[in-house]
Design a protein around this ligand. Structure first.
Ligand code: ZN
Length: 270
């Protein structure tokens, strides 16, 4: 099981200019704010691998037609947010979110708007009414899928990528994505360029790269396609998401124009 939480920090804006301007190593990534121990990856991985393969093989369309229900109890959320979350789950296909066991709310303003690992989604109370609520959930659900669904098996051995202290196994499908721009969980490839990422925040680590790219694919698909035409690494990322996650589905979202030389910092805000 992977523990680390991925999140979007309100104060990243403060650091972002510094980070991008100096191209420093990661100033911070999302660290384990809380550890949950719901199931053991080592025990379940074989089974999970089978399910992942089967599910990805299945026609994505047939998955999303199913009425969506989540194992996590949504009753702590206002009705409107429950509705939005289920609508978003439907976009991904609920089978990909089955590792999500719990949703919690918190009010500490020093914490990010939302955070998630494979099993738990936490939402800051005031984020429920933010205009970017849906984008936040898409970003966080992408972490759930990355960390809770696309998991490799213990038997395949450890890769040089780690989610905090936990290994990413060699047959974890996400590795194919991470390796497009990353040497390991903290180091970008030497030839890596800032324009190889959909946003500034995607540069913080491979897990954020994955979540931001997924959000971009779903909400800014046309723009992502334009970027992919102009950038080889982004083309690989686009193709990975299109083929491996969405079984070829392209979303008719976003604008028909984007400056290929510019990037926003945070995909939830655009
Ligand atoms: Zn994140």
């Amino acid at each position: 099981m992977k523990f680390i939480f991925r999140f979007l920090l309100g104060f990243i804006y403060f650091f972002s200019g510094f980070y991008l301007a100096h191209d420093l190593p990661i100033l911070f990534t999302e660290k384990s704010l809380e550890k949950v121990n719901i199931f053991s990856a080592a025990q379940e991985n074989k089974l999970v691998q089978k399910k992942v393969k089967k599910s990805l093989k299945n026609n994505h369309k047939s998955n999303i037609k199913k009425k969506c229900s989540l194992k996590a109890d949504l009753s702590i959320l206002p009705a409107e947010n429950r509705k939005k979350i289920l609508k978003i789950a439907q976009i991904f296909g609920c089978d990909k979110l089955r590792s999500l066991r719990k949703i919690e709310l918190y009010s500490d303003q020093d914490l990010p708007r939302a955070l998630a690992n494979g099993n738990l989604l936490k939402i800051r109370q005031d984020a429920l009414t933010l205009p970017e609520f849906e984008n936040l959930i898409i970003h966080e659900f992408s972490h759930v899928i990355d960390l809770g669904f696309l998991r490799g098996s213990f038997e395949s051995g450890e890769s040089n990528f780690k989610d905090g202290s936990l290994p990413v196994f060699k047959n974890d499908l996400s590795l194919q994505f991470y390796k497009i721009s990353w040497e390991d969980s903290e180091t970008k490839k030497s030839e890596s360029d800032q324009l190889d990422f959909v946003t500034g925040y995607a540069q913080t680590d491979p897990f954020e790269d994955f979540a931001e790219s997924m959000l971009f694919y779903i909400k800014h698909n046309r723009e992502f396609r334009i970027l992919a035409k102009n950038n080889k690494k982004l083309r690989k990322k686009f193709n990975f998401i299109q083929k491996k996650i969405f079984a070829g589905k392209i979303f008719k979202t976003g604008k028909n124009f984007i400056n290929p030389q510019e990037r926003s910092w945070d995909a939830t805000k655009i």
